[in-house]
Design a protein around this ligand. Structure first.
Ligand SMILES: Nc1ncnc2c1ncn2[C@@H]1O[C@H](COP(=O)(O)OP(=O)(O)OP(=O)(O)O)[C@@H](O)[C@H]1O
Length: 498
């Protein structure tokens, strides 16, 4: 019609005019909710998708079905350019899933997906003021409920390599199904409930953080020897709060700005984890940056990089401690809300004091060797029995040995798993192992860590094994006199050397 009625030079203007005319006389308002808003993913888009998926299966005639890798749930969705009606508070609305091809000449970095996806909401003009805000808030709440109910939380890790896809989606995810909870975690019950309470306060503390002008985030530093349950604690925290986990592999991050971009792509209600922080960050970078001119205290303050005379500019391909501190408590840490940062280390003494200063990490949690109360939890988990059921004598022996042995829950779990079908044998072997370890600790004279570092404990273990092997020669062994004598001589020599 346009082509016939209007000359070519007026066609565009006439199209605009007709559009306006149509809008004036239309009964409806239209709202576009696009998947990507600038560079960030639009949370409202995800919420609408989840919300529609909850009832679309009952009323839609053509649906898209998706199932993520390793997921146990199928998600229903509206097919491309399909519509569905909904009613909120007696008002009818319509949703359309709009998918169009992105124009190829549009330039952006990182490149945007080829398809432009979004939802279009159609509401009658007269209803718009009455319901729009309430309806959208309702959708956000409903989507959160669905997420929580599905219990399908995700474990993200920052993807490797410089492929286009990894730039667009820097986090890869798998369903998070770690079974660790605060009930199964072997730790002093009192300390455990302190942590639970802290997490509960944090999750319910929106009003508090708002009132005090603090960003809604919290930092935990977990430290202690390997095998004391740092990773299990993180999983328990995530299961307790129902949060996703972002496991940040710092060695895959090449600059502070990359770190910021990663942070921008994390969602609220998540735990951002950096494991073995002492092994991940090159602390010398920070020292270099400090010499570059600004006073050290300023670097310590965690102020934004830009304000530091372009540290990024000097150190483009490295991630620095100050960059990391920005990540956790600078301005950038506040994009989004309800985030928990967890750092873990086996060597707290190696950490830069800036990271330990008060205000940086809100709570320092020492994951200790297995105490008796923690051992009781392990006995309950693996053998299904309370320590008291083992009898008073066995219980007090276990208590004494556990306190002296300084064994990690991981080592104790090993012994219990091996013998889990036979309770008595499990307790017997556990006592034996605990006593042997306690004896060894005594020999080290309170220098257990140093002995471990210098390999003395390993040597002792080898000796013990050799001794055991010699004490019980294999049945029917054809050890002739000469070779037996040689073993004895070797033994004597070793003893002398010791
Ligand atoms: N406190 C604990 N409570 C229950 N199980 C534990 C605990 N500590 C360790 N374990 C057991 O030992 C295994 C290893 O523990 P985990 O990986 O959590 O220790 P970690 O301190 O993170 O070790 P690393 O420092 O080497 O990463 C776990 O799978 C769990 O079964």
């Amino acid at each position: 019609l346009l082509q016939m009625v209007f000359p070519p030079e007026l066609r565009f203007a006439s199209l605009k005019f007709l559009n306006r005319l149509f809008n004036c006389f239309s009964f409806y308002c239209y709202y576009d909710i696009t998947e990507i808003d600038g560079v960030n993913t639009n949370e409202l888009y995800n919420a609408v998708q989840l919300y529609l998926s909850s009832f679309v299966s009952a009323s839609g005639s053509r649906l898209s079905l998706t199932r993520a890798i390793n997921s146990s749930a199928t998600t229903f969705g509206l097919s491309n350019n399909d519509c569905i009606n909904d009613v909120f508070d007696g008002v009818a609305v319509q949703w359309e899933h709009v998918v169009t091809q992105r124009q190829s000449q549009t330039y952006s970095w990182p490149p945007l997906p080829d398809e432009k996806r979004g939802f279009m909401l159609r509401i009658r003009k007269r209803d718009k003021d009455i319901i729009l805000d309430f309806y959208l808030n309702y959708i956000m709440e409903k989507a959160n409920d669905i997420r929580r109910k599905n219990q399908e939380r995700l474990l993200y890790t920052n993807s490797r390599g410089g492929s286009l896809d990894s730039r667009r989606h820097p986090w890869e995810s798998v369903p998070f199904k770690h079974p660790s909870t605060f009930d199964t975690l072997a730790m002093d019950p009192e300390r455990k409930s302190n942590i639970e309470e802290d997490l509960r306060d944090f999750a319910a503390g929106q009003a508090f953080y708002q009132r005090t002008g603090r960003a809604w985030k919290r930092g935990y530093l977990l430290y202690g020897p390997p095998g004391t349950g740092k990773s299990s604690m993180i999983a328990a925290m995530a299961n307790f709060l129902g949060y996703d986990i972002y496991d940040l592999e710092l060695t895959e991050v090449h600059s502070n700005s990359e770190l910021r971009k990663l942070l921008m792509k994390t969602s609220s209600k998540s735990i951002i984890v950096i494991e073995d922080i002492d092994c991940s960050v090159n602390l010398s970078n920070r020292a270099k940056a400090t010499h570059a001119g600004a006073p050290r205290s300023y670097y310590d303050s965690g102020a934004p990089d830009a304000a530091r005379g372009g540290e990024d500019g000097n150190n483009n391909n490295t991630i620095t401690l100050s960059g990391l501190l920005n990540f956790t408590d600078g301005l950038w840490s506040c994009c989004g809300s309800e985030r928990i940062f967890v750092f873990t280390t086996n060597h707290i003494e190696k950490l830069d004091p800036a990271l330990l200063r008060s205000g940086r990490m809100d709570m320092h949690i020492y994951m200790s060797y297995c105490s008796y109360p923690a051992l009781k939890i392990l006995l309950r988990n693996y053998l299904g029995s309370e320590a008291e059921e083992l009898g008073e004598a066995a219980a007090s022996e276990l208590r004494e040995a556990a306190e002296k042995a300084k064994m990690t829950p991981a080592d104790i779990s090993e012994v219990l798993i091996k013998n889990r079908r036979n309770k008595e044998r499990a307790v017997g072997e556990l006592l034996e192992v605990l006593r042997a370890r306690a004896e060894r600790n005594e020999k080290c004279g309170g220098l257990r860590e140093e002995c471990e570092l210098n390999g003395v404990v390993e040597e002792m273990e080898e000796e013990e094994q050799e001794k055991r092997a010699l004490e019980s020669p294999k049945e029917g062994s054809d050890c002739d006199d000469d070779s037996c004598k040689k073993v004895e001589d070797d033994d004597e020599e070793k003893e002398k050397a010791k």
